[in-house]
Design a protein around this ligand. Sequence first.
Ligand code: FES
Length: 151
Amino acid sequence: MVVAQQDEQVDYGRRTVNWLLGSSLGVLFISILYPIVKYLIPPKLAEPTTFSVTLPWKLAELKANSGRIFRFRSRPGILVKTSAGELRAFSAVCTHLECTVQYREARQDIWCACHNGVYDLNGKNISGPPPRPLEPLKLNVRGDQIIVMKG
Ligand code: FES
């Protein structure tokens, strides 16, 4: 009878040690794995619904029938001054496979060199593979400053 009680105490102690070892290995495993997973899967950041950027060029510097690329958030934008002197701004990200578009003075259109996609000066896709128009951006001219906005 005494032997059975000792066996139970030994089993109880062994189980406790096993549980402690097992749980501390689990904690160690999680403490190593968690930072790796957090690094590999970055948190989703909500993009602000409004954003504006003041362009580095003065209105008077822009010649008619020209286009310039600028940085808008982390992506490119394109500012076009038509031959009539109107300003227009769009996202410069092609809606096909996201190449950066450019203004073609000779043809007075917006062109994507990657797969020969063409947009008109309203940003509408008129030939080639782009499936949608360019995303328009709002413009605000204050004196000689040009401010481009989204939202
Ligand atoms: S990425 Fe612009 S046409 Fe294909």
